[in-house]
Structure formats: structure tokens, C-alpha cells
Write a protein that binds this ligand. Structure first.
Ligand SMILES: [Zn+2]
Length: 551
């Protein structure tokens, strides 16, 4: 694919000899991104700089985080990529609410009160220092409204100003309808975030999710550690519904809670796995008081754009630059204990890769069709906040975005046959990717663990939820070459020992032969998506197929 200087000169001379008046009807030149700009050496240089100790782990609203954002903006400028952020800058400032719920939280019903931390944990969807929710309780099964599945757990119920009690995960698929809620795979309806969003849309004042190890796929201790201590969120959008109290309740406590409301939890659960379930009001009033300390911070998304011939529409690349920062010293630390979360793989590798793709677009011999946006998001590790804010405040209308391609982690182990793109099975982007893979002697790999819901856990997801067909590159499975088995083991070892640890550090021996091929693949795929006349679409029946029509 490398073009020689002579070849470029010849094509220029040929073009210059054609006078516009006599030129035959335009013979389309095969254009594309300048793939030969995507090289291992500059990629590694970016990666080393972005994961260095002086970036301090790139946490939002820290000097290290800002340093990383400035680095990205400077690189975009150097490449000739235009600013795509606020007021002609490369930055879109994201407001972040930091909150800590006081352990004095109480949830009580006549005859009992549930212990914070042991029985229940809670946080708020508002920024009020003191929140009080009192009201009737309605059991709403899985708390799902899914018209395309002909499923409505809120049917006929008025939950305005009340509590809803909700099961997590999807309803199971029965034998005679094996594809209900995608069978074994987790759909977004099964995620706890969806449960709270739907409860807020229904006008509830508070929502309580029932925790079981099975349905949550993790033990109560994970709920305790995740939902106590400092929480990060976006401020609620003006006029948007927000829950006063969002709570998780341990199963034993929920059994008692329901019993006091005159019902049996096992029976309620059994009734909720069938279509046609109706919400069950409990004979119970519950009251909660939550006190919290909140403060606001900001941290920027970094945005650049390579304008296309069609500037009204876009393909958007996303990749998060934030990571966990530097942790406080703890008793038992040695003076040389490493406390910096360098996040080399997660996700200095991804943003370095995105800089290379941006370079390949900026140096392309022609403009792309639709414009190419490069969005380096902040606060992904705090709950996809930068991407969520971008989806709520897009720099180009979401219904004019042809596709989103997300890079969270780039293969540093060696060449592979497969390229794994989460979301490929959901939209018309999948067949396009498959064709490209075939052309390149590669295969399109599938999500190995659809039951874990990885599609809902990185920055493409807020865009997918807004109806944008999205792909996110994931770990490959098919390493090639003589040491393929060893590379697969190395990949597992990283996940076991280095993932989200200070030891996720740059290693000069990393091999980006595979990563570079993946970046070229994504650049070419984006180019084709930008060039084709039709906008890509979600498959009929997909959860996100109607998001654009509905909004
Ligand atoms: Zn990541």
C-alpha cells in the first residue's frame, strides 16, 4: 500500500494535464486514508509519553489529566486536525459531580429499619445535600419497558412519587422463545443502570434493586465497595427526571421487606419471568433519608475533526484518555511502592492509536466523505461520563452520525488473524467489517462473553444508546506465528495481574505488529462508512434500532 514519491508525482502530472472543460466524466480515484502513516515507532512514542509517570495516572481534574489532554490537543494541531470542541478550541468541558453519601442513611418501614452497608447501600440522582423519599412501594419485576419484545413491566401502574422494587438482569428466555432478551446474552435492559433510568422515566421517587449473587453476577461485597465512598456522575440535565434515592438491597433484607408488605418475594419473582406480568403494589410505605456532600469539577473531552466533503454528517472515533490517577499512600507502603496508575494498555494504547488514525485521515490524498471526528473522552473509568456528556451535548447532531468506532485497548502482543469488534452483530457495520476482513485475509471475531455485557461498558455505549451504530475493538483470540500460544497466555496474565493496577506500564518490547494492522483496518472501515451514500442502520429488532426514531 505504500506509495512511492514517483507514483505520487505521476498521478499529479496526469491530473494536472486534464483541463476541467475537456475532462471525461470523473473516473473515481481509489482514495482512502493514508494507511502508511500508521506506524509502530510513532505509536510507541505517543504511548510512552502518555503513560509516563509525569502524567500521574491521568485522572480527571488533576494536573496529570490536564497534561494528557493538552498533549492530545497539541498533537492534533500539529497534524493539522481542526479543533472540534467548544468556542473553536479542542476542548469540551465536562462537568462532574463528586458525591459522598453519609453513613447515617436510613431506610425504614413500619416495624423495621434496614442497616446501611449491611442490608442496603444508596446514592442519589440529585445534588441536594439532604434527600427525603417517602411513599408506597410497587414491585415492578425486572423493571423493563421493551416494546420490540412486547414486554412492559410497568403496565397499568402509576409509580409517580413512589418507590419501585426491581429485579436485576434480563428475564430468562423460555424454551418456546429462545431469543427472548437475546437468550443467554445480557441485553442493556438487564443492566442496573437501565433499571434506574427507566424508574426515573416512570416518575418514581426512589428505586431499590434486589441483589442476588446470581442475578448481579457478583457478590454483595462488590456492591458495598462500588457504591460507598466517592461517587462520580454528570449533573442531571435540566428538566430530566432524576431519582431521589437509588438503592441496592441485599436479598435477605428484600425478603423481609416484601413480607412486611404482605407478599412473598419468591412468588413475586416467579410471576415476573412471564410476559403479561403486572406490577404488584405492596401494602407498605417506606421512608429514606440520605445526606451527602457534593462538589463539582470539570475535565475536558478533547475533540478534533478532519472535514469531509459532507460536513453535515460524521463518523466519530472515541477513545478514553483518563485513568485512575495516583493513589494515596497507605500504611505498609514502602518508600518505593508504585502508586501511579499509568494505564499504558488502558488506555494510553488506544489514544495513541487514535492519534495515528487521525494522522492517516489528515494526510489522506483526498477528503473523506463524511467528516471524521476524534473524541478523546474523560472520566470513562468513573462511569463513561465524558462520552455520556458528549452524547447529550454532541458537536454534531446524533442523528447525523453514521457510526462510532471506539478503541479501548490496542493489541500489543503480536499479529493476529482475527479482529474482534463488539457490536458487529447489531448493525449493518458488521457486514462491511466482514467484507474488509476477507479482503485482508483476516476474520471478524465474535464477542466471547455476551452474557457479561461488555458492549455496555465502554465509551461507544452512550452513542449506541442514542441510536448511533457502534463498534468497539476487543481482545483478539487468534494470534499467529510460532509463539501464538504463549501470546494468548500473556494476554490472560495481563487481565489477572495488571488490569487496573499500577503495573499496567509501558514496556518497550511490546509488539504492535497486530495493533498497527487493526488501526489500518479501522481507518479503512471508517473511510468506507463515510463514503457510502446510505447511513448504516441497526438490525431490525435490535434494542437501539428505534432510538433515533423515538427521540
Ligand atoms: Zn479502558
Amino acid at each position: 500500500m505504500r506509495r512511492t514519491l514517483a507514483a505520487l508525482l505521476i498521478s499529479c502530472l496526469a491530473a494536472c494535464n486534464q483541463s476541467p472543460a475537456t475532462a471525461p466524466a470523473a473516473t473515481p480515484q481509489p482514495t482512502g486514508p493514508a494507511e502508511n502513516e500508521i506506524q509502530e515507532a510513532p505509536l510507541k512514542a505517543h504511548l510512552q509519553a502518555l503513560s509516563a509517570d509525569d502524567m500521574g495516572g491521568r485522572a480527571p481534574s488533576t494536573p496529570g489529566g490536564q497534561k494528557a489532554a493538552d498533549y492530545l490537543a497539541t498533537q492534533l494541531k500539529t497534524l493539522g486536525v481542526e479543533p472540534g470542541g467548544d468556542n473553536g478550541s479542542y476542548f469540551q468541558e465536562v462537568p462532574i459531580v463528586e458525591s459522598v453519601v453519609d453513613r447515617s442513611f436510613t431506610l425504614s418501614v413500619p416495624g423495621n429499619s434496614y442497616r446501611y452497608f449491611d442490608d442496603v447501600v444508596a446514592f442519589s440522582g440529585t445534588e441536594q445535600p439532604r434527600v427525603h423519599v417517602q411513599g408506597d412501594v410497587v414491585f415492578v419485576g425486572h423493571g423493563i419497558v421493551a416494546p420490540e419484545q412486547n414486554w412492559n413491566d410497568y403496565q397499568g401502574a402509576d409509580v409517580k412519587g413512589k418507590w419501585v422494587l426491581v429485579m436485576v438482569n434480563d428475564p430468562p428466555a423460555p424454551a418456546d422463545e429462545p431469543t427472548l432478551f437475546a437468550g443467554q446474552a445480557l441485553t442493556y435492559y438487564g443492566r442496573w443502570t437501565y433499571k434506574f433510568e427507566e424508574a426515573a422515566r416512570q416518575g418514581a421517587a426512589g428505586a431499590i434493586l434486589i441483589h442476588t449473587d446470581d442475578s448481579a453476577t457478583y457478590p454483595w461485597q462488590v456492591v458495598q465497595s462500588s457504591w460507598t465512598g466517592t461517587q462520580y456522575s454528570l449533573p442531571p440535565a435540566a428538566g430530566a427526571p432524576a431519582l431521589g434515592v437509588k438503592a441496592w438491597m441485599k436479598n435477605d433484607a428484600a425478603v423481609d421487606f416484601v413480607k412486611r408488605g404482605g407478599q412473598n418475594l419468591d412468588q413475586l419473582r416467579a410471576s415476573a419471568v412471564k410476559r403479561g406480568f403486572k406490577p404488584v403494589p405492596l401494602k407498605l410505605r417506606a421512608a429514606a433519608t440520605l445526606q451527602q456532600r457534593t462538589s463539582r469539577k470539570t475535565s475536558p473531552n478533547v475533540i478534533g475533526v478532519v472535514r469531509g466533503t459532507n460536513e453535515r454528517q460524521a463518523v466519530i472515533f472515541t477513545s478514553h484518555y483518563d485513568h485512575f490517577g495516583t493513589r494515596e499512600a497507605q500504611p505498609g507502603d514502602k518508600p518505593d511502592t508504585d502508586r501511579i496508575f499509568n494505564g499504558a494498555y488502558d488506555n494510553a494504547s488506544g489514544i495513541s492509536g487514535l492519534l495515528m488514525i487521525a494522522q492517516s485521515m489528515a494526510k489522506a490524498p483526498a477528503k473523506p466523505g463524511r467528516s471524521m471526528y476524534f473524541v478523546f473522552t474523560t472520566a470513562e473509568e468513573s462511569g463513561l461520563l465524558g462520552a455520556e456528556y458528549f452524547a447529550q451535548h454532541p458537536v454534531i447532531p446524533m442523528d447525523q452520525v453514521a457510526a462510532n468506532i471506539n478503541v479501548d485497548g490496542l493489541n500489543y502482543l503480536g499479529p493476529t488473524r482475527d479482529i474482534v469488534l463488539l457490536g458487529a452483530d447489531r448493525s449493518s457495520l458488521g457486514p462491511m467489517a466482514k467484507t474488509l476482513a476477507q479482503e485482508r485475509g483476516r476474520t471478524l471475531g465474535a464477542d466471547q462473553h455476551p452474557e457479561r455485557g461488555y458492549f455496555f461498558r465502554s465509551d461507544h455505549f452512550p452513542l449506541a444508546k442514542a441510536g448511533v451504530p457502534a463498534l468497539s475493538i476487543s481482545e483478539p483470540r487468534e494470534f499467529t506465528g510460532p509463539n501464538a500460544a504463549e501470546l494468548a497466555k500473556k494476554q490472560e496474565a495481563y487481565n489477572a495481574t495488571d488490569y487496573h493496577q499500577p503495573s499496567d506500564e509501558f514496556d518497550p518490547t511490546w509488539n504492535f505488529a497486530g495493533g498497527v494492522e487493526d488501526l489500518k483496518f479501522l481507518a479503512q472501515l471508517a473511510w468506507r462508512v463515510a463514503a457510502q451514500p446510505a447511513m448504516p442502520e441497526y438490525n431490525a429488532g435490535d434494542q437501539f434500532a428505534n432510538a433515533r426514531k423515538g427521540s
